[in-house]
Design a protein around this ligand. Structure first.
Ligand SMILES: [Zn+2]
Length: 385
């Protein structure tokens, strides 16, 4: 009896707490009038009127997602494949084959993916620039790269911490075009695999955080990946762009893919000039649809002109509704709709569909990736054959 009483008391307390929490959530997100401190995340204005909507559930062509982090999702290959199938995604590139992995560990990961689902998962590795101070860093890296490719790795992922955070023995930042790294980029070219390189961040991160900064809310609300670099502790945006250009110039036989529209989605003219100058340079579109979709005429022209150099990817991990929002962006002429997003918003702008020609869609969705990663085109197009 005593026990039952105690149980009922606990249950009562739980119900009260649950009820309060539910009330809080509901009032916060639904019915309350403007909370005075309403954040970008909560703000969700509904557009009045009747703007035609064309949802796209399946892509017009098979899709390869070149920028993915499936391991972060915590999902099993079976679960990932379900999402990929529902989204028309034939293959994803897992960028998180870690540097510390031995050949055996790489093999295990690839077996986990490929025994059951051949061709559906592609693995990239990383380089540990934290070991730069070791005298044998370069030699060790070259060996590790060869070993990784032998075990089935198909590319290298470089993050923005190269150029912005990694330091040498004297405490100096290691620049992207550091001559000591030259043999590494050359080796990657020889091995015939691409480097997916994330350099810098959106240019607004370097601008003063004031009422003119279009990412003001991202930069002030905090709590995520975004950080202002305006305090001068980091190299300037321009410095990083110049370093990347030197890198591309010095290694014409190595293919580089600039992640997130190479952080030049705000300046497609400049990005176009770069693609003209460096035939070894490609870009992925991941997490920048909002920069493209707010300038649909310019972006459409850009996609047509550089259709051989743009790769599909979404960043983070497979999610059906996110893929579908990208398909809507690429395949329709819908106007003024929400950009594909995960957990956080980037700003209060909306996007317009690009309605890309079929031949362009096909290249961006998968043919460019097939070429760079040297995949079997038939396997992507006809999985069952
Ligand atoms: Zn990423």
């Amino acid at each position: 009896m005593n026990l039952l009483k105690r149980f009922l008391i606990y249950l009562g307390i739980l119900l009260v707490i649950g009820g309060l929490a539910a009330y809080h959530v509901l009032t916060d997100f639904a019915s309350t009038p403007y909370p005075p401190d309403m954040t970008l995340e909560v703000f969700h204005p509904e557009t009045p009127g009747n703007i035609p909507e064309h949802r796209v559930w399946q892509p017009k062509y098979p899709v390869i997602d070149i920028h993915s982090h499936p391991q972060e999702s915590g999902k099993t290959p079976d679960e990932l494949i379900k999402i990929m199938d529902a989204s028309g995604v034939r293959a994803i590139v897992d960028l998180d084959g870690h540097w510390g992995w031995t050949g055996h560990r790489i093999q295990r990961k690839l077996e986990e993916y490929n025994l059951k689902y051949p061709g559906r998962f592609i693995l990239f590795t990383k380089i540990d620039f934290g070991r730069y101070k070791n005298p044998d860093f370069v030699e060790e890296t070259l060996q590790r790269l060869e070993e990784s490719v032998r075990w089935g790795v198909k590319g290298v992922k470089i993050w923005k911490n190269l150029g912005m955070m990694y330091r040498d023995a004297n405490g100096k930042l290691i620049p992207l075009d550091d001559p000591r790294l030259d043999p590494i980029w050359e080796k990657i070219g020889e091995l015939g695999i691409p480097v997916l390189i994330h350099t810098a961040d959106p240019v607004a991160f370097w601008q003063p955080v004031d009422r003119f900064n279009e990412r003001y809310e991202e930069l002030t609300e905090g709590g995520s990946w975004f950080d202002s670099y305006a305090n001068g502790d980091y190299p300037s945006f321009e410095t990083l762009m110049k370093q990347r250009e030197n890198l591309l110039r010095k290694h014409p036989n190595t293919i580089f893919i600039g992640a997130h529209m190479a952080e030049l989605g705000h300046d497609l003219k400049r990005l176009g000039r770069m693609l003209d100058e460096f035939p070894n340079f490609y870009v992925d579109i991941s997490d920048r649809a909002y920069e493209l979709g707010r300038q649909p005429y310019t972006a459409r022209e850009f996609f047509i002109q550089y259709q051989d150099r743009i790769l599909f990817g979404i960043d983070l991990y497979p999610e059906t509704h996110v893929y579908q929002d990208y398909y809507r962006f690429f395949q329709t002429e819908d106007e003024y709709f929400d950009y594909p997003r995960y957990y956080y918003k980037h700003g209060r702008w909306k996007i317009y569909g690009l309605n890309l020609p079929d031949s362009v869609l096909q290249k961006v969705y998968y043919l460019n990736a097939v070429k760079i990663l040297q995949l079997d085109r038939k396997l992507i197009e006809n999985p069952s054959s």
